[in-house]
Design a protein around this ligand. Structure first.
Ligand SMILES: Cc1cc2nc3c(=O)[nH]c(=O)nc-3n(C[C@H](O)[C@H](O)[C@H](O)COP(=O)(O)OP(=O)(O)OC[C@H]3O[C@@H](n4cnc5c(N)ncnc54)[C@H](O)[C@@H]3O)c2cc1C
Length: 501
């Protein structure tokens, strides 16, 4: 039976043979761990939204004929991609954190077209295998984690040049049934909350890196996999009594390191094996989808704008002109991120495999804005919040018969506003800009789907300077004997952006 809702999803994670270390100890059942549970709750929302808002969070799959969760759907139109963005913003609003399922969605979509092209060149069977795998996960309604980023060692060296070959995940042996991989992936979002992990290469590869050009699916609890849980700022507040100091007690993100030690991948779950020239195609298509998936941060931005407006109200400054202007600025920055992301989805094109790929330039512009604007939005929220956000006593002090009444009296805001509500909003702003969910709102915005320089490289590749110089020279009546016609590549690019005229 497919997983029908968030509660069933949480149950589906129980009783697995999954090896997770946290604070140096093996965790018995991650589902019941107070520090891990908020991240599981966030993924559960991706199931519940499919029931509460099926028009944006589900789609009919041509592969299975089933109505499937959009996180498992291969985009069949630009509208499908636009609805991904709408769903992502909604989930950001509901959880105030990273809900962890976009990586898998973007992985299956980029693999769909890449495997098709590998098969076209090498007569391999990767696409057919991938389609079978997608049918299975759609039918059972499972979570896929996308494991791309290797630990990478010396960043100036390629995988095969590293002092330790395990610094990038690679094939260590093969038999007639499949192959075995070793190595480690860092910063893996929602990996422990996933049913399957899709292992992919992280960068352009050369012929000597052949054993690193591996894509395959493994069950999250496969033999040979060890997870070491990533710390988040203020994470142990989830393990304290009460819910006030957490700021957002119900939801958080999750990242862990995944160590693969001789992990088996059967032939039918291998989707690339040694075709080095397709590694960069996969990475570029994946990051193209994923950089526009960062529209999710506008949902978190909506929460932070709301929190800033609420605290201004509680503090009695809601009508001050500079406060209103700061809220306008926060909104402007947030909508600028959304505008680029959703425009990228609308400007999608059909791949040779038949699925839809969003526009790369606009996806990179979206993600590049995400590396900056949430920091500015966070700065403005802290400005409006005031210093109490970081100097407030703990929940235990509020509940204490000695100090509680004093805090109730002296931390009062505007008349008619409960002191506890004021504290709750301040803790939420702390949570999103300095605490647990600052991982998702700030640093993930910086590095997830590639650090800022990665977007600048893609923007530079596509910025069409020669064409733009010609535009300028034409208007300035400069004749240098060069043709003012567009090159084939330039024409194709502008046809794609503006449509054929
Ligand atoms: C919260 C979070 C969640 C994430 N989730 C996932 C996930 O689910 N799946 C996944 O696969 N990945 C995930 N990532 C990984 C993300 O894609 C990487 O963090 C990102 O690609 C940067 O890699 P890095 O962290 O190793 O930093 P580094 O590569 O070390 O980069 C640090 C700095 O060095 C620069 N640099 C790096 N290499 C070079 C070079 N050769 N020459 C010049 N400058 C260089 C970079 O531009 C950057 O400024 C996540 C990251 C974060 C922070």
């Amino acid at each position: 039976m497919p997983i029908a809702n968030g509660a069933e999803y949480i149950e589906s994670l129980r009783g697995r043979n999954i090896k997770v270390y946290l604070f140096g100890e093996l965790i018995g059942e991650p589902v019941d761990h107070p520090m891990i549970r908020p991240s599981i709750n966030a993924v559960a929302e991706t199931y519940d939204i499919a029931n509460s808002e099926p028009e944006i969070a589900t789609s009919r799959s041509s592969l299975t004929g089933l109505k499937v969760n959009r996180f498992l759907h291969v985009a069949e139109s630009a509208e499908d991609l636009v609805n991904q963005n709408r769903m992502q913003r909604k989930l950001g609003q509901k959880t105030g954190t990273c809900f962890q399922r976009c990586v898998g969605m973007d992985a299956i979509n980029s693999l769909y077209s890449t495997t098709f092209e590998i098969d076209g060149k090498y007569r391999t069977k990767y696409h057919e295998r991938l389609v079978d795998f997608i049918k299975e996960i759609q039918t059972e309604n499972l979570v896929i984690g996308g494991a791309m980023t290797d630990v990478k060692g010396d960043r100036s060296l390629s995988p095969s040049q590293q002092a330790d070959p395990d610094l990038f995940v690679h094939v260590i042996k093969r038999d007639e049934k499949g192959l075995y991989i070793s190595g480690a992936k860092a910063h893996q979002t929602g990996c422990i909350n996933s049913h399957w992990i899709m292992v992919m290469p992280t960068m352009r590869l050369r012929q000597e890196d052949k054993e690193y050009a591996i894509v395959g699916a493994v069950p999250a609890d496969a033999k040979g996999i060890t997870y070491i849980y990533g710390r988040q700022s203020c994470d142990t507040r989830s393990m304290e009594a009460g819910d006030l100091d957490s700021g957002n007690a119900k939801f958080s993100g999750q990242e862990a390191m995944i160590i693969f030690d001789n992990v088996f991948i059967p032939n039918e779950l291998i989707f690339m094996d040694g075709e080095v020239e397709f590694a960069s195609m996969l990475v570029e298509r994946f990051t193209c989808y994923h950089r526009r998936s960062y529209v999710c941060k506008t949902g978190l931005g909506d929460v932070l704008v709301g929190a800033a407006a609420a605290i201004a109200d509680y503090n009695g400054v809601a009508n001050a002109s500079h406060i209103k202007d700061k809220l306008v600025e926060m909104t402007h920055l947030n909508e600028t991120i959304f505008a680029a992301g959703i425009a990228s989805s609308y400007q999608a094109h059909k791949t040779s495999a038949g699925n839809y790929q969003n526009d790369d330039m606009l996806a990179n512009v979206c993600k590049h804005n995400v590396t900056r604007f949430p920091y500015e939005i966070g700065r403005l929220a802290q400005d409006i919040a005031g210093g109490l956000m970081v100097t407030m006593p703990s929940e235990r002090d509020f509940r204490s018969p000695e100090t509680g009444p004093l805090l109730e009296k002296y931390l009062k805001g505007r008349k008619g506003v409960s002191t506890e509500n004021r504290v709750r909003i301040l803790r939420l702003i702390e949570n999103m800009t300095l605490g647990r969910n600052a991982v998702g709102y700030l640093t993930e915005s910086m590095h997830g789907a590639g650090s800022p320089q990665a977007q600048r490289i893609q923007i530079a590749r596509q910025m069409q300077l020669e064409y733009k110089k010609k535009l300028a020279k034409n208007l300035a009546s400069i004749e240098e004997g060069e043709a003012s016609e567009l090159s084939q590549e330039q024409s194709e690019y502008f046809d794609k952006i503006f449509g054929k005229t």
